[in-house]
Each structure stands twice: as structure tokens, then as C-alpha cells.
Design a protein around this ligand. Structure first.
Ligand code: GLY
Length: 391
């Protein structure tokens, strides 16, 4: 198998393929330096549910329930202590800054009821009981018990360690430039040095004879049938004394602008990371951060949580989410020999367990066969494919 992309989704695909018995080559010039690098780790299917995106909201709600099992399995595979990935399932506080923000929050709570998603309106005083660091101006609030967080960089590191350590895996820091085709079947990937990474020239059925396209917003350039687009966003990383600032994930709206604040667990040095996010723009892909975006995120975050003024600003990151026409992920077989795992838009971290579960089924099922029929011995070694490139 060849996986194009070593972000959280590409590495999740590689990990699941290794578990299914495949040999796997992963191509990425800078593993984890795409959307994964900017991600705050919000697992927020409830507060990110949008009118008109009900299917996506339901998928997100299913995936968030898979996170505890996914995190535990990954921690075990990476030989990490339980809890290392920073999964925090204590819920999220939603706050509205002014009366218009409060009205918008109430409309959202109505959507939650329609979709069967759990949320509860609470008073500003109750919000302050939950999060004493809230500022004086809060016009409305809600408690969202099912929206969580995880540390996406810790998750990516664990996936990278698992894949790198596996004897049937090979990570090549190369840029994929084209898919190669043989008689209507995707047979491999060409990289920027002209090297072809083949999938054993097979019939495109077994996991080993598959290319998984997980190249985020760039997927469309390799396969036009994956209509991804860039949706750049900026997140900020603050470093703060663990006793100052919020201890709960806070997602708010300040005069119509969304902002979220994600406090991590304290480190042994008594400090902790706090992620503030995120802008979201329909424009060309970029990694450059606009001064106005940093200003706006800090202005809105400190309007809700004034103690953030005391934190150090240690990182500004701009990367592009992979949007799709309806913002639902492209996940499944697209052509013989080609599986898409891309277009996760705002949910790359949230939907990783859903992606893993989908691929677990897909990679062990022969196309057109009865669901569940194994294509390869699920855990046997694959001797048909070498992780070495074929030129
Ligand atoms: N899922 C968080 C974001 O896209 O900003």
C-alpha cells in the first residue's frame, strides 16, 4: 500500500493498514506539517454542528464516542502511559459575549435538539461557577457535555512512532506529484524525484495493492475526483502559568465572531499550553499569518477570558483545512486501487477514529463481495509488496 500524506488521517490509514497485514509506504515531505500542525484538538461535533450539515454532525457525534477506545489502542501500540494523548472528556463551556451572541447561541441549541445532540442552556452565574476565569461580560451560556479535546500533536507523534517502528512500514519524505494508472487501476504514485512507488501491480483489491489518498487540501491536484479546497485557518499557542486562566474548554462568540480557547493539562514545570483558535477563510492555501488575525483572535479570547493577557504568545500557525463541496469527508473507494481518506475539513482530529473504523472495514473487504469477507489474512505478513520504490 502507498499512503499519500502523513497528517493525522494519512498515518491513521497507515496504522490501520499495518494492522490489516499490509506493507505500507507513506509519502510526505513534512509529516504532520499540514492542517494537523494548526489543529487545536477540539473534538466538538455539537458546537461545530451547522444548519444544513446534519449528516456531518451525526458522523462527528459517532466519532467522538469512538475517541476513548481509539486513544487507548494508540497509546498501547505506541507504548505510552494511559492519558499521554491528553484526551479530556470533561465537556465544553459555550459562552456568548453580547445579547446578539446569546440569541445566536439559543438558535444553535435548537439545532442540537433537532439533531439529538446534548446541550443545556445555563445562566452566566452557572457558567462562572464552571469556569471562574470568565470575564465580567457574558450574556448567555450553555454546557456541552459531549464536546471534548485531545492534544493533536501528541496523537500525531504517537502515530508516527507506531508507523516508523513497524517492520512493514516505510516513510519517505517525498512529495507525491501524480498517481500512476495501469489499465484503469491505480498502480502507484510518482514523486517529485521521478521515483515511482508501486503497489505491486496488482488488481487493486487487497490492502497492499491500494493507494490511499490522504493529502488534505492538495488531494484534488492528484485526483480531480477528490474535489478538495483549501480553507486556511490560524491558531495561536500560548504558554501560561497552570494556575492562571481557564481550566475548561471555552467556545464563544464575540459580536458574531467565533473563538475557542483550549487549555491543556499542566506540565511538570507548572505551566501549560493554551490554544486559541481559529480563523476560517475561503482563500488560497497559505502558511503565512496575518497580523489582523492574531489581533482579532487575542481580542476576542481576552474579552471572554481576561487572564489570558498574562500568558506568553509562543506560536502563531496558519495551515489549510481540506474542505469539500458539502464539507463531508471523502472516505471510501474511488477507483480500482484507490481509496480516498481526505476532505475532513474542520474535523481531521475529531474524525480520526471514524476514519480508522471505516478503513478497518474497507481494507479487509473485497470490492463487490459480501461485506465483511476478508481480502487478505488480517494479520499475516504481506510478501507481495516491497516497501522499496520501483522505478
Ligand atoms: N475544528 C476546529 C477548527 O476547524 O477550527
Amino acid at each position: 500500500m502507498v499512503v499519500v500524506g502523513a497528517g493525522i488521517i494519512g498515518l491513521t490509514a497507515a496504522w490501520r493498514a499495518l494492522l490489516a497485514g499490509a506493507s505500507v509506504t507513506v509519502l510526505d515531505p513534512a509529516p504532520g506539517d499540514g492542517a494537523t500542525h494548526a489543529a487545536a484538538g477540539m473534538l466538538g461535533p455539537v458546537m461545530e454542528a451547522e444548519f444544513g450539515e446534519e449528516r456531518l454532525a451525526r458522523t462527528g457525534a459517532r466519532s467522538v464516542r469512538l475517541w476513548p477506545g481509539f486513544a487507548a489502542e494508540l497509546e498501547q501500540a505506541a507504548r505510552l502511559a494511559p492519558g499521554t494523548l491528553g484526551l479530556d472528556t470533561r465537556g465544553t463551556l459555550a459562552v456568548a459575549y453580547d445579547a446578539d451572541d446569546a440569541a445566536a447561541l439559543r438558535r444553535r441549541l435548537t439545532l442540537h435538539r433537532t439533531l439529538g445532540l446534548e446541550s443545556e442552556e445555563i445562566s452566566p452565574a452557572q457558567a462562572r461557577d464552571r469556569e471562574p476565569a470568565l470575564g465580567p461580560r457574558v450574556a448567555g451560556a450553555a454546557w456541552i457535555p459531549g464536546d471534548h479535546q485531545v492534544d493533536p500533536r501528541a496523537v500525531h507523534r504517537a502515530l508516527l512512532d507506531v508507523v516508523r517502528a513497524h517492520p512493514r512500514a516505510h516513510l519517505a519524505e517525498r512529495t507525491a506529484t501524480a498517481l500512476t494508472w495501469n489499465d484503469g487501476t491505480v498502480s502507484g504514485v510518482l514523486d517529485d524525484t521521478g521515483t515511482r512507488w508501486g503497489t505491486a501491480g496488482g488488481d487493486g483489491r487487497s490492502p497492499s495493492r491500494t493507494v490511499v489518498l490522504a493529502a488534505g487540501h492538495a488531494s484534488a491536484t492528484l485526483y480531480p475526483g477528490a474535489p478538495t479546497r483549501a480553507v486556511p485557518g490560524t491558531t495561536l499557542r500560548l504558554d501560561a502559568d497552570a494556575t492562571a486562566g481557564p481550566s475548561t474548554v471555552v467556545r464563544g462568540t464575540v459580536q458574531g465572531r467565533p473563538v475557542y480557547v483550549v487549555p491543556r493539562r499542566a506540565r511538570p514545570d507548572g505551566r501549560r499550553e493554551i490554544v486559541v483558535g481559529a480563523t476560517s477563510d475561503e482563500r488560497a492555501a497559505t502558511t503565512r499569518t496575518r497580523a489582523g488575525d492574531v489581533f482579532a483572535l487575542l481580542r476576542d479570547a481576552r474579552a471572554l477570558l481576561p487572564a489570558l493577557d498574562e500568558a506568553d504568545l509562543v506560536e502563531t500557525t496558519t495551515r489549510s483545512r481540506p474542505g469539500t463541496p458539502d464539507n463531508t469527508p471523502l472516505l471510501g473507494r474511488a477507483a480500482p486501487g484507490l481509496v480516498l481518506a481526505t476532505g475532513h475539513y474542520r474535523g481531521g482530529i475529531l474524525l480520526a477514529p471514524h476514519t480508522a473504523a471505516t478503513l478497518d472495514t474497507l481494507l479487509t473487504t473485497v470490492p463487490g463481495a459480501t461485506a465483511g469477507e476478508p481480502a487478505d489474512p488480517p494479520h499475516g505478513p504481506d510478501t507481495q509488496e516491497s516497501p522499496c520504490p520501483t522505478n
